[in-house]
Design a protein around this ligand. Structure first.
Ligand code: G
Ligand code: G
Ligand code: MN
Ligand code: NA
Length: 251
């Protein structure tokens, strides 16, 4: 297919870019972290969403190359930000399962000079489908590098609480499907959000409520005690240039 061919040279042709979505402290609404979200600026089709091209990249064996690029590029850009801001990078399960993944992270840190605790890796529950001892080894190596680990899209996959016993996550991201409509009567979303937040607190993990769009959702996740918030009510993902402008205006 044409789109597959086009994707193969998207990196070399510099058509991939990272946009950044703010994640704020739930009490102060201060900017704490930026989630890097890949965009493909296709020469003819315009901006293509990662929801479309990431699954294709996974199918045709390009996700490692693209994900490694995103990691390196995000570290290079984050070095320019004020030192208290972190960058969160999404890691595909296929990319994580590659034997040398911790070394890719180490190289991205070394080449950029980014302090390890400013890098947060967003990993989904699907990594637990892989070989258990290899997964544990990678977690150990990544923690030894000093990076932070976040469990992304929590509650949507093959969630088993047993993962959390042995996995050194610093943060749990509550999937936006729970936040969306959590304010409507007659559904269980709000109870699920409460349980995830108390579980995370008991395990000493931070929580991000994702996809906060409305005042009602904001009020609810704040009352429930999420430590961090992300969503359009604060900002959608913006270009790196726009981010640098906002940072400059703030100082
Ligand atoms: O930005 P948007 O909502 O369109 O992103 C859709 C999906 O694509 C999200 O699930 C997000 O995690 C994923 N995604 C965005 N950027 C990356 C990336 O660099 N690597 C991986 N593996 N997934 C990404
Ligand atoms: O799977 P992951 O958590 O990485 O997905 C992040 C995705 O969520 C991005 O594609 C981002 O554009 C999207 N997103 C972020 N905030 C909101 C929001 O408030 N509403 C909706 N509908 N999507 C959001
Ligand atoms: Mn994510
Ligand atoms: Na998510």
């Amino acid at each position: 297919r044409q789109i597959e061919e086009d994707l193969r040279d998207a990196i070399a042709s510099k058509q991939l870019v990272l946009h950044y979505q703010p994640i704020v402290d739930a009490s102060t609404h201060d900017l704490k972290c930026l989630e890097a979200l890949m965009r493909w600026e296709h020469p003819e089709r315009g901006m293509i969403s990662p929801g479309v091209f990431i699954p294709i990249a996974e199918d045709i064996g390009l996700i490692k190359q693209m994900g490694d690029w995103a990691l390196e590029h995000a570290c290079v850009q984050a070095v320019e930000w004020p030192g208290e801001l972190r960058v969160a990078v999404n890691v595909s399960a296929i990319q994580f399962m590659d034997e040398g993944f911790p070394q890719v992270v180490e190289r991205a840190l070394r080449q950029s000079g980014l302090k390890p605790d400013r890098l947060e890796l967003e990993i989904t529950e699907s990594v637990f489908m892989g070989d258990h001892s290899q997964t544990q080894r990678k977690f150990r190596e990544l923690k030894a590098l000093g990076v932070r680990l976040a469990l992304d899209d929590f509650g949507t996959g093959y969630s088993s609480l047993s993962y959390l016993r042995h996995a050194p996550f610093d943060k749990i991201k509550i999937d936006q499907s729970f936040v969306r409509g959590a304010t409507e009567a007659d559904n269980n979303n709000s109870a699920i959000i409460s349980s995830i937040i108390s579980l995370a607190a008991a395990l000493n993990m931070e929580t991000v409520a994702e996809g906060v769009e409305t005042q009602d959702e904001l009020k609810l996740v704040t009352e429930k005690g999420a430590s961090h918030l992300q969503g359009r009510i604060f900002s959608f993902a913006i270009s790196h240039e726009e981010l640098l402008k906002r940072i400059a205006n703030h100082e």
